[in-house]
Design a protein around this ligand. Structure first.
Ligand SMILES: CCCCCCCC/C=C\CCCCCCCC(=O)N[C@@H](CCCCN)C(=O)O
Ligand SMILES: [Zn+2]
Ligand SMILES: [Zn+2]
Length: 519
Protein backbone atom coordinates (compact mmCIF):
# COMPACT_ATOMS: atom_id res chain seq x y z
CA UNK A 1 0.00 0.00 0.00
CA UNK A 2 1.12 3.52 -0.63
CA UNK A 3 2.57 5.47 2.28
CA UNK A 4 -0.22 7.87 3.22
CA UNK A 5 1.90 9.90 5.65
CA UNK A 6 3.64 11.18 2.61
CA UNK A 7 0.38 12.64 1.36
CA UNK A 8 0.87 15.21 4.10
CA UNK A 9 4.17 16.31 2.64
CA UNK A 10 2.55 16.61 -0.75
CA UNK A 11 0.00 18.84 0.91
CA UNK A 12 2.74 20.99 2.37
CA UNK A 13 4.41 21.21 -0.99
CA UNK A 14 1.09 22.09 -2.41
CA UNK A 15 0.70 24.83 0.13
CA UNK A 16 4.18 26.29 -0.23
CA UNK A 17 5.74 25.37 -3.53
CA UNK A 18 3.59 26.93 -6.15
CA UNK A 19 2.51 30.17 -4.56
CA UNK A 20 5.11 32.29 -6.31
CA UNK A 21 4.43 30.91 -9.75
CA UNK A 22 0.80 31.49 -9.29
CA UNK A 23 0.49 35.06 -8.08
CA UNK A 24 1.00 36.66 -11.46
CA UNK A 25 -1.86 34.76 -12.93
CA UNK A 26 -4.27 35.15 -10.09
CA UNK A 27 -5.78 38.48 -11.07
CA UNK A 28 -6.80 37.18 -14.47
CA UNK A 29 -8.04 33.93 -13.11
CA UNK A 30 -10.15 35.43 -10.37
CA UNK A 31 -12.58 36.45 -13.06
CA UNK A 32 -13.08 32.90 -14.20
CA UNK A 33 -12.82 30.97 -10.97
CA UNK A 34 -15.37 28.22 -10.96
CA UNK A 35 -17.24 27.31 -7.84
CA UNK A 36 -17.83 23.71 -7.04
CA UNK A 37 -20.87 23.46 -4.84
CA UNK A 38 -21.84 19.87 -4.25
CA UNK A 39 -25.43 19.65 -5.51
CA UNK A 40 -27.71 17.62 -3.35
CA UNK A 41 -29.69 15.63 -5.83
CA UNK A 42 -30.81 13.02 -3.46
CA UNK A 43 -33.48 14.43 -1.28
CA UNK A 44 -36.39 12.14 -0.76
CA UNK A 45 -34.37 8.98 -1.04
CA UNK A 46 -35.28 5.65 0.40
CA UNK A 47 -37.81 5.05 3.10
CA UNK A 48 -39.27 8.13 4.62
CA UNK A 49 -41.79 8.99 7.30
CA UNK A 50 -43.33 6.30 9.45
CA UNK A 51 -41.65 3.40 7.66
CA UNK A 52 -38.17 4.81 8.29
CA UNK A 53 -36.41 3.01 11.13
CA UNK A 54 -34.09 5.30 13.08
CA UNK A 55 -30.51 4.17 13.66
CA UNK A 56 -30.80 4.23 17.42
CA UNK A 57 -29.43 1.32 19.36
CA UNK A 58 -30.00 0.39 23.01
CA UNK A 59 -27.18 0.06 25.50
CA UNK A 60 -27.58 -3.73 25.41
CA UNK A 61 -27.42 -3.77 21.60
CA UNK A 62 -24.31 -1.59 21.61
CA UNK A 63 -22.60 -3.90 24.06
CA UNK A 64 -23.60 -6.97 22.06
CA UNK A 65 -22.31 -5.52 18.78
CA UNK A 66 -18.97 -4.65 20.33
CA UNK A 67 -18.57 -8.09 21.89
CA UNK A 68 -19.51 -9.81 18.63
CA UNK A 69 -16.74 -7.93 16.81
CA UNK A 70 -14.19 -8.71 19.53
CA UNK A 71 -14.95 -12.43 19.29
CA UNK A 72 -14.61 -12.30 15.51
CA UNK A 73 -11.20 -10.65 15.88
CA UNK A 74 -10.09 -13.44 18.24
CA UNK A 75 -10.43 -15.97 15.41
CA UNK A 76 -7.12 -16.05 13.48
CA UNK A 77 -8.62 -16.43 10.02
CA UNK A 78 -5.21 -15.91 8.43
CA UNK A 79 -4.49 -16.39 4.74
CA UNK A 80 -0.79 -17.20 4.45
CA UNK A 81 -1.02 -18.30 0.81
CA UNK A 82 -3.65 -19.77 -1.52
CA UNK A 83 -2.65 -23.21 -0.28
CA UNK A 84 -2.31 -22.27 3.35
CA UNK A 85 -5.33 -20.72 5.03
CA UNK A 86 -6.52 -21.29 8.57
CA UNK A 87 -9.55 -23.46 7.88
CA UNK A 88 -10.20 -24.10 11.58
CA UNK A 89 -10.59 -20.39 12.30
CA UNK A 90 -12.67 -19.84 9.15
CA UNK A 91 -15.05 -22.61 10.22
CA UNK A 92 -15.22 -21.11 13.70
CA UNK A 93 -16.14 -17.77 12.16
CA UNK A 94 -19.08 -19.47 10.41
CA UNK A 95 -20.30 -20.80 13.75
CA UNK A 96 -19.84 -17.40 15.36
CA UNK A 97 -22.08 -15.51 12.95
CA UNK A 98 -24.80 -18.14 13.34
CA UNK A 99 -24.67 -17.60 17.09
CA UNK A 100 -24.64 -13.79 17.22
CA UNK A 101 -26.99 -13.07 14.32
CA UNK A 102 -29.90 -15.51 14.87
CA UNK A 103 -32.50 -13.41 13.00
CA UNK A 104 -30.34 -13.40 9.90
CA UNK A 105 -30.29 -17.17 9.85
CA UNK A 106 -33.98 -17.71 10.58
CA UNK A 107 -35.77 -15.14 8.42
CA UNK A 108 -37.87 -16.59 5.64
CA UNK A 109 -36.86 -14.06 2.98
CA UNK A 110 -33.13 -14.59 3.58
CA UNK A 111 -31.24 -17.46 2.02
CA UNK A 112 -27.77 -18.38 3.30
CA UNK A 113 -25.29 -20.41 1.28
CA UNK A 114 -21.77 -21.49 2.11
CA UNK A 115 -19.49 -21.36 -0.93
CA UNK A 116 -16.26 -23.37 -1.14
CA UNK A 117 -16.67 -24.33 2.54
CA UNK A 118 -15.81 -20.99 4.13
CA UNK A 119 -17.26 -18.07 2.14
CA UNK A 120 -20.78 -16.88 2.86
CA UNK A 121 -23.46 -15.65 0.49
CA UNK A 122 -26.72 -14.21 1.80
CA UNK A 123 -29.58 -13.45 -0.57
CA UNK A 124 -32.06 -11.01 0.92
CA UNK A 125 -35.23 -11.09 -1.14
CA UNK A 126 -36.85 -7.66 -1.34
CA UNK A 127 -40.56 -7.08 -1.76
CA UNK A 128 -40.25 -5.18 -5.06
CA UNK A 129 -38.87 -7.34 -7.90
CA UNK A 130 -38.68 -4.28 -10.20
CA UNK A 131 -35.74 -2.91 -8.22
CA UNK A 132 -32.39 -4.25 -9.42
CA UNK A 133 -30.48 -5.93 -6.61
CA UNK A 134 -27.15 -4.79 -5.21
CA UNK A 135 -24.40 -6.32 -3.09
CA UNK A 136 -22.52 -5.51 0.11
CA UNK A 137 -19.13 -7.12 0.02
CA UNK A 138 -16.43 -7.82 2.61
CA UNK A 139 -13.83 -10.43 3.44
CA UNK A 140 -13.29 -12.46 6.59
CA UNK A 141 -9.67 -13.51 6.13
CA UNK A 142 -6.75 -11.44 7.37
CA UNK A 143 -3.04 -11.15 6.70
CA UNK A 144 -0.65 -12.73 9.21
CA UNK A 145 0.21 -10.79 12.36
CA UNK A 146 3.23 -11.95 14.36
CA UNK A 147 3.12 -10.66 17.97
CA UNK A 148 6.31 -8.59 17.60
CA UNK A 149 5.71 -4.86 17.80
CA UNK A 150 2.07 -5.05 18.84
CA UNK A 151 0.94 -3.32 22.03
CA UNK A 152 -1.55 -6.12 22.59
CA UNK A 153 -1.60 -9.61 21.03
CA UNK A 154 -3.03 -9.22 17.50
CA UNK A 155 -5.72 -11.85 17.96
CA UNK A 156 -6.77 -10.79 21.45
CA UNK A 157 -9.58 -8.43 20.41
CA UNK A 158 -8.67 -6.45 23.53
CA UNK A 159 -10.51 -3.25 24.38
CA UNK A 160 -8.35 -0.36 25.50
CA UNK A 161 -9.14 3.36 25.75
CA UNK A 162 -12.27 3.06 23.65
CA UNK A 163 -10.59 1.01 20.90
CA UNK A 164 -10.79 -2.64 19.92
CA UNK A 165 -7.36 -3.87 18.90
CA UNK A 166 -6.51 -6.67 16.56
CA UNK A 167 -5.81 -7.91 13.07
CA UNK A 168 -8.94 -7.40 10.98
CA UNK A 169 -10.40 -4.48 12.94
CA UNK A 170 -10.15 -2.25 9.85
CA UNK A 171 -9.24 -4.85 7.21
CA UNK A 172 -11.89 -6.17 7.00
CA UNK A 173 -13.81 -8.00 9.70
CA UNK A 174 -15.22 -4.65 10.76
CA UNK A 175 -17.12 -4.55 7.46
CA UNK A 176 -18.14 -8.20 7.48
CA UNK A 177 -19.50 -7.94 11.01
CA UNK A 178 -21.03 -4.46 10.56
CA UNK A 179 -23.00 -5.51 7.47
CA UNK A 180 -24.45 -8.54 9.24
CA UNK A 181 -24.99 -6.55 12.43
CA UNK A 182 -26.90 -3.79 10.65
CA UNK A 183 -29.14 -6.33 8.95
CA UNK A 184 -29.71 -8.23 12.19
CA UNK A 185 -30.77 -5.00 13.93
CA UNK A 186 -33.09 -4.09 11.06
CA UNK A 187 -34.68 -7.54 11.17
CA UNK A 188 -35.22 -7.23 14.90
CA UNK A 189 -37.23 -4.08 14.06
CA UNK A 190 -39.34 -6.01 11.53
CA UNK A 191 -37.69 -4.47 8.50
CA UNK A 192 -38.53 -5.96 5.13
CA UNK A 193 -36.44 -4.51 2.29
CA UNK A 194 -38.04 -3.41 -0.94
CA UNK A 195 -34.88 -3.86 -2.98
CA UNK A 196 -33.23 -7.28 -2.97
CA UNK A 197 -29.57 -7.46 -2.10
CA UNK A 198 -26.72 -9.85 -1.49
CA UNK A 199 -24.18 -9.98 1.27
CA UNK A 200 -21.00 -11.69 0.16
CA UNK A 201 -18.19 -12.53 2.58
CA UNK A 202 -15.10 -13.93 0.88
CA UNK A 203 -12.62 -16.10 2.80
CA UNK A 204 -9.44 -15.59 0.74
CA UNK A 205 -9.30 -11.96 -0.44
CA UNK A 206 -5.81 -11.52 0.96
CA UNK A 207 -4.54 -14.23 -1.40
CA UNK A 208 -6.49 -13.15 -4.52
CA UNK A 209 -10.06 -14.28 -3.83
CA UNK A 210 -9.81 -17.26 -6.17
CA UNK A 211 -12.01 -19.57 -4.12
CA UNK A 212 -14.16 -16.99 -2.38
CA UNK A 213 -15.20 -13.94 -4.40
CA UNK A 214 -14.35 -15.48 -7.75
CA UNK A 215 -16.52 -18.55 -7.09
CA UNK A 216 -19.39 -16.48 -5.71
CA UNK A 217 -19.29 -14.21 -8.77
CA UNK A 218 -19.33 -17.25 -11.08
CA UNK A 219 -22.23 -18.74 -9.15
CA UNK A 220 -24.30 -15.57 -9.46
CA UNK A 221 -23.40 -15.22 -13.12
CA UNK A 222 -24.53 -18.80 -13.76
CA UNK A 223 -27.86 -17.81 -12.23
CA UNK A 224 -28.16 -14.86 -14.61
CA UNK A 225 -27.91 -12.30 -11.82
CA UNK A 226 -27.02 -8.71 -12.64
CA UNK A 227 -26.36 -6.19 -9.91
CA UNK A 228 -27.06 -2.48 -9.90
CA UNK A 229 -23.93 -1.84 -7.83
CA UNK A 230 -21.52 -3.41 -5.36
CA UNK A 231 -19.92 -1.80 -2.31
CA UNK A 232 -16.59 -3.19 -1.06
CA UNK A 233 -13.63 -1.89 0.97
CA UNK A 234 -10.97 0.38 -0.57
CA UNK A 235 -12.18 3.95 0.03
CA UNK A 236 -12.54 5.79 3.33
CA UNK A 237 -13.24 9.04 5.10
CA UNK A 238 -9.84 10.71 4.82
CA UNK A 239 -9.02 12.65 7.94
CA UNK A 240 -6.06 14.96 8.42
CA UNK A 241 -4.47 14.00 5.10
CA UNK A 242 -3.85 17.42 3.65
CA UNK A 243 -2.52 20.32 5.72
CA UNK A 244 -4.72 23.33 5.18
CA UNK A 245 -7.66 21.07 4.50
CA UNK A 246 -9.19 20.95 7.94
CA UNK A 247 -12.24 18.82 7.40
CA UNK A 248 -12.39 15.15 6.50
CA UNK A 249 -13.42 14.23 2.98
CA UNK A 250 -14.88 11.01 1.63
CA UNK A 251 -12.96 9.01 -0.94
CA UNK A 252 -15.12 6.58 -2.91
CA UNK A 253 -12.87 4.48 -5.11
CA UNK A 254 -14.55 4.12 -8.50
CA UNK A 255 -11.76 2.06 -9.97
CA UNK A 256 -8.75 0.11 -8.85
CA UNK A 257 -5.35 -0.22 -10.38
CA UNK A 258 -4.38 -3.20 -12.48
CA UNK A 259 -1.47 -5.33 -11.44
CA UNK A 260 1.37 -7.43 -12.69
CA UNK A 261 3.94 -9.61 -10.96
CA UNK A 262 6.85 -9.86 -13.32
CA UNK A 263 9.91 -12.03 -12.84
CA UNK A 264 13.12 -10.95 -14.54
CA UNK A 265 15.79 -13.55 -15.02
CA UNK A 266 19.41 -13.51 -16.19
CA UNK A 267 21.36 -16.71 -16.82
CA UNK A 268 25.13 -16.89 -17.17
CA UNK A 269 27.83 -19.50 -17.03
CA UNK A 270 28.72 -20.60 -13.52
CA UNK A 271 32.37 -20.82 -12.55
CA UNK A 272 35.05 -20.28 -9.92
CA UNK A 273 34.80 -16.96 -8.11
CA UNK A 274 38.57 -16.54 -8.24
CA UNK A 275 38.33 -15.92 -12.01
CA UNK A 276 35.16 -13.88 -12.37
CA UNK A 277 33.86 -12.69 -15.74
CA UNK A 278 33.40 -8.97 -16.32
CA UNK A 279 29.68 -9.26 -15.62
CA UNK A 280 27.72 -11.80 -13.59
CA UNK A 281 24.02 -12.63 -13.72
CA UNK A 282 23.62 -10.75 -10.44
CA UNK A 283 25.34 -7.63 -11.78
CA UNK A 284 23.39 -7.62 -15.04
CA UNK A 285 20.07 -8.08 -13.28
CA UNK A 286 20.86 -5.54 -10.56
CA UNK A 287 21.64 -2.95 -13.21
CA UNK A 288 18.40 -3.76 -15.02
CA UNK A 289 16.17 -3.38 -11.97
CA UNK A 290 18.06 -0.28 -10.90
CA UNK A 291 17.22 1.30 -14.27
CA UNK A 292 13.58 0.42 -13.65
CA UNK A 293 13.64 2.02 -10.23
CA UNK A 294 15.28 5.18 -11.56
CA UNK A 295 12.95 5.54 -14.54
CA UNK A 296 9.39 6.15 -13.34
CA UNK A 297 6.54 5.16 -15.59
CA UNK A 298 4.85 8.10 -17.39
CA UNK A 299 2.87 10.55 -15.29
CA UNK A 300 -0.79 9.98 -16.27
CA UNK A 301 -2.27 12.96 -14.43
CA UNK A 302 -5.53 13.92 -16.08
CA UNK A 303 -6.23 10.50 -17.56
CA UNK A 304 -7.72 8.99 -14.39
CA UNK A 305 -9.83 10.65 -11.72
CA UNK A 306 -7.00 12.70 -10.19
CA UNK A 307 -8.11 15.94 -11.81
CA UNK A 308 -11.68 15.53 -10.76
CA UNK A 309 -10.61 14.81 -7.16
CA UNK A 310 -8.64 18.04 -6.98
CA UNK A 311 -11.40 20.07 -8.59
CA UNK A 312 -13.92 18.76 -6.09
CA UNK A 313 -11.64 19.53 -3.16
CA UNK A 314 -10.83 22.97 -4.51
CA UNK A 315 -13.69 24.82 -2.89
CA UNK A 316 -12.49 23.69 0.54
CA UNK A 317 -9.12 25.43 0.29
CA UNK A 318 -8.32 29.05 0.85
CA UNK A 319 -6.54 31.38 -1.53
CA UNK A 320 -4.45 30.69 -3.58
CA UNK A 321 -4.93 26.92 -3.64
CA UNK A 322 -8.59 27.24 -4.52
CA UNK A 323 -7.58 29.25 -7.59
CA UNK A 324 -4.94 26.74 -8.60
CA UNK A 325 -7.19 23.75 -8.19
CA UNK A 326 -10.10 25.24 -10.05
CA UNK A 327 -7.85 26.14 -12.95
CA UNK A 328 -6.11 22.91 -13.69
CA UNK A 329 -6.39 23.68 -17.38
CA UNK A 330 -3.38 25.89 -16.73
CA UNK A 331 -1.92 24.58 -13.45
CA UNK A 332 -2.31 20.88 -14.33
CA UNK A 333 1.35 20.36 -15.27
CA UNK A 334 2.57 21.95 -12.02
CA UNK A 335 0.08 19.95 -9.98
CA UNK A 336 1.07 16.70 -11.64
CA UNK A 337 4.71 17.33 -10.71
CA UNK A 338 3.74 18.11 -7.11
CA UNK A 339 1.65 14.98 -6.79
CA UNK A 340 4.53 12.75 -7.80
CA UNK A 341 6.63 13.95 -4.87
CA UNK A 342 5.13 11.62 -2.26
CA UNK A 343 4.50 7.86 -2.51
CA UNK A 344 0.76 8.08 -1.81
CA UNK A 345 -0.01 10.76 -4.35
CA UNK A 346 2.57 9.42 -6.81
CA UNK A 347 0.63 6.14 -6.77
CA UNK A 348 -2.42 8.09 -7.91
CA UNK A 349 -0.81 9.50 -11.03
CA UNK A 350 1.24 6.65 -12.45
CA UNK A 351 1.88 2.96 -12.72
CA UNK A 352 4.19 2.10 -9.85
CA UNK A 353 7.05 -0.38 -9.94
CA UNK A 354 8.16 -2.02 -6.71
CA UNK A 355 11.16 -4.35 -6.57
CA UNK A 356 9.96 -6.93 -4.08
CA UNK A 357 12.11 -10.07 -4.43
CA UNK A 358 15.69 -10.76 -5.48
CA UNK A 359 17.14 -14.25 -5.48
CA UNK A 360 20.51 -15.53 -6.59
CA UNK A 361 23.63 -17.33 -5.50
CA UNK A 362 24.35 -20.81 -4.20
CA UNK A 363 27.72 -20.50 -2.49
CA UNK A 364 30.21 -17.74 -1.63
CA UNK A 365 32.81 -18.94 -4.14
CA UNK A 366 30.55 -19.92 -7.03
CA UNK A 367 29.63 -17.51 -9.83
CA UNK A 368 25.85 -17.92 -9.81
CA UNK A 369 24.26 -19.51 -12.87
CA UNK A 370 21.09 -17.50 -12.55
CA UNK A 371 19.59 -14.42 -10.91
CA UNK A 372 15.90 -13.67 -10.53
CA UNK A 373 14.09 -10.53 -9.44
CA UNK A 374 10.36 -10.11 -9.04
CA UNK A 375 8.74 -6.74 -9.49
CA UNK A 376 5.22 -5.79 -8.46
CA UNK A 377 3.57 -3.27 -10.74
CA UNK A 378 0.32 -1.42 -10.02
CA UNK A 379 -1.10 -0.23 -13.30
CA UNK A 380 -2.72 3.19 -13.65
CA UNK A 381 -6.31 3.07 -15.01
CA UNK A 382 -5.21 4.76 -18.23
CA UNK A 383 -2.71 2.02 -19.12
CA UNK A 384 -2.84 -1.69 -19.94
CA UNK A 385 -0.68 -4.73 -19.17
CA UNK A 386 0.91 -4.92 -22.67
CA UNK A 387 1.69 -1.18 -22.68
CA UNK A 388 3.39 -1.40 -19.33
CA UNK A 389 5.34 -4.53 -20.28
CA UNK A 390 6.60 -2.75 -23.37
CA UNK A 391 7.84 0.17 -21.28
CA UNK A 392 9.61 -2.21 -18.91
CA UNK A 393 11.42 -3.89 -21.83
CA UNK A 394 12.46 -0.54 -23.26
CA UNK A 395 13.78 0.73 -19.95
CA UNK A 396 15.72 -2.47 -19.23
CA UNK A 397 16.98 -2.51 -22.83
CA UNK A 398 19.11 -5.62 -22.35
CA UNK A 399 18.48 -8.79 -24.34
CA UNK A 400 20.13 -10.91 -21.68
CA UNK A 401 17.17 -10.27 -19.40
CA UNK A 402 14.24 -12.67 -19.81
CA UNK A 403 10.72 -11.95 -18.63
CA UNK A 404 8.14 -14.22 -16.98
CA UNK A 405 4.72 -12.72 -16.32
CA UNK A 406 3.64 -14.50 -13.16
CA UNK A 407 0.18 -12.95 -13.22
CA UNK A 408 -1.32 -9.78 -14.63
CA UNK A 409 -4.62 -8.02 -15.00
CA UNK A 410 -5.72 -4.71 -16.46
CA UNK A 411 -7.02 -1.82 -14.34
CA UNK A 412 -10.71 -1.89 -13.61
CA UNK A 413 -12.95 0.40 -15.67
CA UNK A 414 -14.13 3.60 -14.00
CA UNK A 415 -17.53 2.94 -12.47
CA UNK A 416 -20.14 5.59 -13.17
CA UNK A 417 -20.03 8.47 -10.72
CA UNK A 418 -22.24 11.09 -12.34
CA UNK A 419 -25.59 12.36 -11.09
CA UNK A 420 -27.38 9.33 -12.55
CA UNK A 421 -25.13 6.71 -10.98
CA UNK A 422 -27.39 5.10 -8.40
CA UNK A 423 -24.74 3.36 -6.28
CA UNK A 424 -22.43 6.37 -6.17
CA UNK A 425 -25.25 8.76 -5.32
CA UNK A 426 -26.60 6.37 -2.68
CA UNK A 427 -23.21 6.34 -0.99
CA UNK A 428 -22.89 10.08 -1.27
CA UNK A 429 -26.29 10.65 0.27
CA UNK A 430 -25.67 8.26 3.13
CA UNK A 431 -22.25 9.79 3.80
CA UNK A 432 -23.90 13.18 4.16
CA UNK A 433 -26.52 11.80 6.53
CA UNK A 434 -24.12 9.93 8.78
CA UNK A 435 -20.97 12.06 8.53
CA UNK A 436 -22.23 15.67 8.52
CA UNK A 437 -18.67 16.88 9.14
CA UNK A 438 -17.57 15.57 5.73
CA UNK A 439 -17.30 18.47 3.34
CA UNK A 440 -16.54 16.75 0.05
CA UNK A 441 -17.05 13.40 -1.59
CA UNK A 442 -14.55 12.54 -4.32
CA UNK A 443 -14.27 9.72 -6.88
CA UNK A 444 -10.89 8.18 -6.13
CA UNK A 445 -8.89 5.19 -7.28
CA UNK A 446 -7.97 2.28 -5.05
CA UNK A 447 -4.24 1.69 -5.29
CA UNK A 448 -4.59 -1.82 -3.84
CA UNK A 449 -6.79 -4.61 -5.11
CA UNK A 450 -10.08 -5.79 -3.72
CA UNK A 451 -12.52 -8.65 -4.19
CA UNK A 452 -14.77 -6.25 -6.13
CA UNK A 453 -12.65 -6.81 -9.23
CA UNK A 454 -14.01 -10.35 -9.55
CA UNK A 455 -17.55 -9.07 -10.10
CA UNK A 456 -17.10 -7.12 -13.35
CA UNK A 457 -19.26 -9.63 -15.26
CA UNK A 458 -22.29 -8.99 -13.13
CA UNK A 459 -22.06 -5.27 -12.33
CA UNK A 460 -20.77 -2.05 -13.87
CA UNK A 461 -21.05 -0.13 -10.60
CA UNK A 462 -18.17 -1.25 -8.41
CA UNK A 463 -17.62 1.13 -5.50
CA UNK A 464 -15.05 0.75 -2.79
CA UNK A 465 -15.98 2.61 0.34
CA UNK A 466 -15.62 1.63 3.97
CA UNK A 467 -17.46 4.11 6.23
CA UNK A 468 -14.67 4.68 8.71
CA UNK A 469 -12.45 7.71 9.18
CA UNK A 470 -8.75 7.03 8.74
CA UNK A 471 -5.82 9.35 9.28
CA UNK A 472 -2.31 8.79 7.93
CA UNK A 473 -1.34 6.99 11.14
CA UNK A 474 -4.22 4.54 11.03
CA UNK A 475 -3.51 3.86 7.35
CA UNK A 476 -0.14 2.52 8.41
CA UNK A 477 -1.81 -0.17 10.51
CA UNK A 478 -3.30 -1.80 7.38
CA UNK A 479 -1.34 -5.05 7.24
CA UNK A 480 0.86 -3.38 9.88
CA UNK A 481 1.11 -3.03 13.63
CA UNK A 482 -1.57 -2.22 16.20
CA UNK A 483 -4.53 -2.29 13.84
CA UNK A 484 -7.51 -0.98 15.80
CA UNK A 485 -10.95 0.59 15.50
CA UNK A 486 -12.66 2.87 17.97
CA UNK A 487 -15.88 1.50 19.36
CA UNK A 488 -17.57 4.70 18.29
CA UNK A 489 -16.29 4.29 14.71
CA UNK A 490 -17.60 0.73 14.60
CA UNK A 491 -21.03 1.80 15.87
CA UNK A 492 -21.05 4.51 13.20
CA UNK A 493 -20.19 1.94 10.57
CA UNK A 494 -23.16 -0.17 11.67
CA UNK A 495 -25.39 2.94 11.64
CA UNK A 496 -24.15 3.84 8.15
CA UNK A 497 -25.11 0.42 6.79
CA UNK A 498 -28.42 0.55 8.65
CA UNK A 499 -29.17 3.83 6.84
CA UNK A 500 -27.76 2.77 3.48
CA UNK A 501 -29.87 -0.39 3.30
CA UNK A 502 -32.99 1.70 3.89
CA UNK A 503 -31.84 4.43 1.50
CA UNK A 504 -31.56 1.81 -1.25
CA UNK A 505 -35.32 1.17 -1.07
CA UNK A 506 -36.20 3.55 -3.85
CA UNK A 507 -36.82 3.24 -7.54
CA UNK A 508 -34.51 5.72 -9.18
CA UNK A 509 -32.19 8.59 -8.53
CA UNK A 510 -34.47 11.53 -7.78
CA UNK A 511 -33.79 14.92 -9.35
CA UNK A 512 -32.84 17.83 -7.08
CA UNK A 513 -35.66 19.27 -5.04
CA UNK A 514 -33.81 22.25 -3.73
CA UNK A 515 -30.36 23.56 -2.97
CA UNK A 516 -30.83 22.69 0.69
CA UNK A 517 -27.95 20.88 2.36
CA UNK A 518 -25.46 22.11 -0.17
CA UNK A 519 -21.92 21.69 0.97
C1 LIG B 1 -4.86 13.32 -1.28
C2 LIG B 1 -4.94 12.12 -0.44
C3 LIG B 1 -4.28 10.96 -1.08
C4 LIG B 1 -4.56 9.72 -0.34
C5 LIG B 1 -4.24 8.55 -1.18
C6 LIG B 1 -4.71 7.32 -0.55
C7 LIG B 1 -5.15 6.30 -1.57
C8 LIG B 1 -6.08 5.35 -0.93
C9 LIG B 1 -6.69 4.43 -1.89
C10 LIG B 1 -6.94 3.21 -1.56
C11 LIG B 1 -6.60 2.56 -0.27
C12 LIG B 1 -6.10 1.19 -0.48
C13 LIG B 1 -6.38 0.22 0.62
C14 LIG B 1 -7.40 -0.86 0.27
C15 LIG B 1 -7.38 -2.11 0.22
C16 LIG B 1 -6.18 -2.89 -0.22
C17 LIG B 1 -6.46 -4.32 -0.10
C18 LIG B 1 -5.22 -5.13 -0.36
O1 LIG B 1 -4.23 -5.02 0.33
N1 LIG B 1 -5.25 -5.96 -1.36
C19 LIG B 1 -4.13 -6.79 -1.74
C20 LIG B 1 -4.72 -7.93 -2.50
C21 LIG B 1 -3.74 -9.00 -2.62
C22 LIG B 1 -4.25 -10.10 -3.49
C23 LIG B 1 -3.18 -11.09 -3.76
N2 LIG B 1 -2.38 -10.74 -4.86
C24 LIG B 1 -3.17 -6.01 -2.60
O2 LIG B 1 -3.54 -5.07 -3.30
O3 LIG B 1 -1.98 -6.34 -2.57
ZN1 LIG C 1 -8.99 -6.00 2.85
ZN1 LIG D 1 -5.77 -6.52 3.42
Amino acid sequence: MAEPGAAASAGRLLAMGVTGTVLALVAVLLLRTATFPEPDELRGWGRTGASRIPAQFSEAERTAMKEALKEAIQMPTVSFSSENINTTALAEFGEHIRKVFPFLFSTSFIQHEVVEQYSHLFTIHGSDPKLEPYMLLAHIDVVPAPNDGWEVPPFSGLERDGFIYGRGTIDNKNSAMAILQAMELLLRRNYVPQRSFYISLGHDEEVSGTYGAQKIAALLESRGIELSFIIDEGGYIMDDFIPGFEKPFAWISVSEKGGMNLMLQVDSDPGHSSMPPKETSIGILAAAVSRLEKTPMPNMFGYGTEKSILEQLAGQFGFPLNIILTNLWIFGPIMSRILEKSPATNAMVRTTVALTMFNSGIKVNVIPPTAQATINLRIHPAQTVPEVLEIVRNVVADDRVRYHVLNAFDPLPLSPHDNEAFGYQLLKRTIRDVFPEVTAVVPGICVGNTDARHYTNISKGLYRFNPIALNPQSFKSFHGLNEKISIQAYETQVAFLFELIQNADTEKVPRPHSAEHEL
